[in-house]
Each structure stands twice: as structure tokens, then as C-alpha cells.
Design a protein around this ligand. Structure first.
Ligand code: ITT
Length: 199
């Protein structure tokens, strides 16, 4: 059997890599940019998930050459007019500080009766510096008033998906991967990935 084709993820978020790797199984050799120290930090200057996903996929594939998949994602809260949205990773004031992000979200939602929210994810697949395709997915749910659960990352302890009584952080990766925004976007990408990357 030949080795599986390589797919590089344009992310430094180890949780995204773990989820995507688990969902793709052994179809691809999945690596992320932490395996390539020569990869630059890509500035996310876009105002939409698609723009930022495209910047990351094109920027990394320009440097590494092969097939690169990026993920730009975030949480939209109706009572906050769609915030934190594309700024989800720095909502608490410090990029990637999930506990500060969650503290700010809890503070902003205090006393709010409208708790509806959704996670969104856009994936962009690029090659040689050019985007080839994009895929999006979302999952509806609500924000609770106190953090619950220790699995997952980011806003997972504050988000209960519709149809469930537990947060993503309580449900864990195997359940989350059956219904998350990321899994729904990836399900749409699978055919394209298998047909393009194996050639
Ligand atoms: P890369 O840019 O390196 O991929 P990142 O974490 O900075 O990593 P984003 O810019 O796409 O990625 O920001 C996504 C943020 O949205 C993430 O930091 C979380 O705060 C939130 N988020 C996205 N998907 C999530 C999920 O499945 N569970 C919980 N929070 C999530």
C-alpha cells in the first residue's frame, strides 16, 4: 500500500489539528505548521472567516508548496450582534487566551435572556499559493451562564448544541466531531480532498 497523501493544516491550534486528524482517519497524513519552523505567522487581517481562511491557506501553501487546508472559525452570539465572530480568539484582549475569552463572554452575557449562538467554520484548500475551494459549516446552540466540562478548547465549556443537555466540553471530541461546525465543513470537503489530493 502506498503511503497516504500529505495534507498540511495551516494552523497552530493543536485542538483543531486533533479534531481534523480524527475526522479524516487514515485517508491522509495530516501535519500542521508546527512541523515546519520555516512557516511564517500569517496575519489575519480579513473581516470574514472566508477572507482569513484564504489568507492562511494561501500564505502557507506559497511557502510549503503542496496541498494546504486552513480553518477559520468562531462563535457568533445573537445578543452581542454576532460578536465575537472573526475576533473570537482575541475577545478577552489577548490572542489565544481561552480563559480570558470565556470570562469576557460570561460578563457580557450576564443577565441576558437571549442566549442563542452558533459556531461557524470555513475551510479553504490551497495549492502553490492559490485557493482552490472553500467549505463552510455551522452548529446552532446556546450560551450557558457557568462554564461546564474540561474537554475541547475555546468556548466549548460555554456552548450547548441544540438537541443536547451538555456542553461541547462535557460531550467530548467523539460526540463533538459528529455535529460540530468543523465536522460539517469537513464533510463537504472530503470528496474534493480525496479526488484532488490523491492525484
Ligand atoms: P489558527 O489561526 O492557528 O488556526 P486560532 O485558534 O487562532 O488558530 P481562529 O483564528 O480561527 O483560530 O480563531 C478561532 C477561535 O474561535 C478559537 O480560538 C476559539 O476561541 C473559537 N473557536 C473556533 N472553533 C471552536 C471550537 O470548535 N470550540 C471552541 N471554540 C472555538
Amino acid at each position: 500500500m502506498p503511503p497516504p497523501p500529505r495534507l498540511i493544516l495551516a494552523t497552530r491550534n493543536a485542538h483543531k489539528t486533533a479534531e481534523i486528524r480524527a475526522m479524516l482517519g487514515d485517508r491522509f497524513e495530516v501535519l500542521d505548521v508546527t512541523s515546519f519552523p520555516e512557516c511564517p505567522e500569517i496575519e489575519e487581517t480579513g473581516t470574514t472567516f472566508l477572507e482569513n481562511a484564504r489568507l492562511k491557506a494561501e500564505g502557507i501553501s506559497r511557502v510549503l508548496g503542496g496541498w494546504v487546508l486552513s480553518d477559520d472559525s468562531g462563535l457568533e452570539v445573537d445578543a452581542l450582534g454576532g460578536a465575537p465572530g472573526v475576533w473570537s480568539s482575541s475577545f478577552g484582549g489577548e490572542e489565544g487566551n481561552h480563559s480570558r475569552n470565556n470570562e469576557r463572554l460570561l460578563a457580557e452575557m450576564e443577565g441576558q435572556t437571549e442566549r442563542r449562538a452558533r459556531f461557524r467554520c470555513t475551510l479553504v484548500l490551497a495549492r502553490e499559493g492559490l485557493a482552490q475551494a472553500n467549505f463552510s459549516g455551522s452548529v446552532e446552540g446556546r450560551i450557558i451562564a457557568n462554564s461546564r466540562g474540561a474537554q475541547g478548547f475555546g468556548y466549548d465549556p460555554l456552548f450547548i448544541p441544540d438537541g443536547f443537555a451538555q456542553t461541547f466540553a462535557e460531550l467530548g471530541e467523539s460526540v463533538k466531531n459528529t455535529l460540530s461546525h468543523r465536522s460539517r465543513a469537513l464533510a463537504k470537503a472530503i470528496d474534493f480532498l480525496e479526488h484532488s489530493i490523491s492525484k
